[in-house]
Structure formats: structure tokens, C-alpha cells
Design a binder for this molecule. Structure first.
Ligand SMILES: Nc1ncnc2c1ncn2[C@@H]1O[C@H](COP(=O)(O)OP(=O)(O)OP(=O)(O)O)[C@@H](O)[C@H]1O
Ligand SMILES: [Mg+2]
Length: 246
């Protein structure tokens, strides 16, 4: 179980101090699929970076399975079974897709079959990609899918995906959605997916709307989805609601 307690994140800007996250508290139980959604700039990626240890909160505490991990760095959190897929994944010149999958799986020799499985889950054909370098020769959508495959290979207990749909074609997106659905059905991991996509939002056990650095609302798909849709017709009652539901 992941618990965020009164998490705040303040940065210094030329205009002065700015609160990016304001006193966020939430609990994510094991094996749940939780979607963070909300307007651009709302604070979703910052929240994910704080959970992964890529940014240090200026206030608050993070507990994972009861252990205080607030001071742990990214490597220590990865060892505890937390992984994060970047909104814009890095490239690794000189490292092949197969190398990356093996590193992620923590095995010297990951069979071609296993590599193939991970790549198929994100709609890629292993024959075309295993020996490719993860460098600028890959398209944005390809790098994104390869990174998601490495997270699957890592077999983490808590996987955070930051807009996995970004730059991915419709066919691969459908395959990826199925993969998330299968992981969820097998109860093999907890997933936090940052997404703006209806198909992903509909998979969620719980939707958390992050806006203005706060939890604007949280609830089931049935409760939240109609309100998100209403936003397309005018101002969204979810995004503007000030209350913080716990
Ligand atoms: N270090 C920083 N210095 C100044 N502003 C920052 C910093 N980090 C984040 N921000 C600002 O905080 C806000 C939240 O950013 P964040 O990337 O978390 O948003 P997001 O909800 O992920 O948005 P998107 O849907 O566009 O990915 C943005 O306005 C961003 O510009
Ligand atoms: Mg973001």
C-alpha cells in the first residue's frame, strides 16, 4: 500500500515561491489500478516524480507498505519494487532493446521468447527491434513503447506510467490497454496510470483528478467520468471543485 501524507512541493521561480503541490494526502491500496487525470500543468507528473523519488517533497511523508520512504532515493525505491515510466522517456545510445530488457529483468540472459512477450504487449515485433539501439534512430512512439516494455520486464509491485498513450498509434494503444487490463485482472501489480484517455480512465478502480496542485476530486469511473465529459461542454465541476475528498 502506498500512502502520501500531506505532500507539498514548492519551487523558487524568478517571480517568487510557487506551490506546485499543496497538501496532497491519498492512499493507494495494493493491486488497484488508479488513474491520475486532470488539466495540463495540474501537478500529475510532479506527484509521480515525488512517489518515485525523482523530486523531494518540501513537506509531507510517503509510506510504502508501512515503511517511511520519504528520504529514499530512486534506486532504493526501485529495489522496493516501484518503477516509473517517464512522460518523455530518455534514449540510451549504444544500448540495444534486448540489453535494456535484460537490465530491467535483472537477468544476464533473458530468453528471446520472454523479450518477445514484453515487446508484443506493447505492440512491437521482437524481430524488428531486439538488436536496435535505443537512440535517436527510434521514433518517439517506439521509444515510449520500449520503455513501457522494460517496466513490464522489471515486474515491479508498483508501476507508474506517465501518459503511456502519448505518441502511440491506435493499434499499439489498443494492445497496451489490453496489457494493462490483463495485469489488473491477474492482480499481479498496483498500477498508477497518468492519462487523459477515456479507454484507460475506464479501466480504473479509482480516478484521481489533480488540478491546481490539489486533488480536485476522486471516485469511481461512474462517479467521475460524467463530470469529465461535462467539461467538453463548458467549465468542469470536477476541475473547479475546491473540496478535497479523502
Ligand atoms: N521545477 C519547477 N519549476 C517551476 N515550475 C515547475 C517546476 N516543476 C513543475 N512546474 C510547474 O508545475 C506545474 C505542474 O507540472 P506537471 O508537470 O506536474 O503537470 P502535469 O499535470 O503533469 O501536466 P501535463 O498534463 O501537461 O503533463 C506546471 O505548471 C509546471 O510548469
Ligand atoms: Mg505530465
Amino acid at each position: 500500500m502506498l500512502e502520501l501524507k500531506h505532500i507539498s512541493y514548492r519551487v523558487s521561480t524568478p517571480e517568487g515561491e510557487m506551490d506546485i503541490l499543496k497538501d496532497i494526502s491519498l492512499t493507494i491500496p495494493d493491486e488497484k489500478l488508479v488513474v491520475f487525470t486532470g488539466p495540463n500543468g495540474g501537478g500529475k507528473t510532479t506527484l509521480a516524480r515525488i512517489i518515485m523519488g525523482l523530486a523531494q517533497p518540501t513537506a509531507g511523508q510517503i509510506l510504502y507498505d508501512g515503511q517511511d520512504i520519504t528520504e529514499l532515493d530512486i534506486t532504493e525505491r526501485a529495489r522496493l519494487g516501484i518503477s516509473y515510466g517517464f512522460q518523455q522517456p530518455p534514449r540510451f545510445k549504444g544500448i540495444t532493446v534486448q540489453d535494456l530488457l535484460q537490465l530491467a529483468a535483472g537477468q544476464n540472459k533473458l530468453s528471446k521468447d520472454r523479450c518477445c512477450n514484453y515487446l508484443t504487449n506493447v505492440g512491437l515485433c521482437a524481430n524488428d527491434y531486439l538488436d536496435r539501439e535505443v537512440d535517436v534512430s527510434l521514433s518517439g512512439g517506439e521509444v515510449k513503447r520500449i520503455e513501457i516494455a522494460t517496466i513490464l520486464a522489471r515486474n515491479s509491485k508498483l508501476m507508474i506510467f506517465d501518459e503511456p498513450e502519448a505518441g502511440i498509434d491506435l493499434w499499439s494503444f489498443a494492445r497496451l490497454t489490453e496489457t494493462f487490463e490483463q495485469i489488473h485482472a491477474k492482480h499481479s501489480a498496483t498500477m498508477v496510470i497518468i492519462s487523459h484517455q477515456e479507454r484507460i480512465i475506464r479501466l480504473a478502480d479509482e480516478i484521481i483528478v489533480v488540478a491546481g496542485g490539489q486533488i480536485a476530486h476522486r471516485g469511481t469511473t461512474e462517479e467521475i467520468f460524467p463530470l469529465i465529459l461535462a467539461d467538453t461542454l463548458g467549465s468542469c465541476p470536477v476541475m473547479t471543485r475546491k473540496e478535497t475528498a479523502q
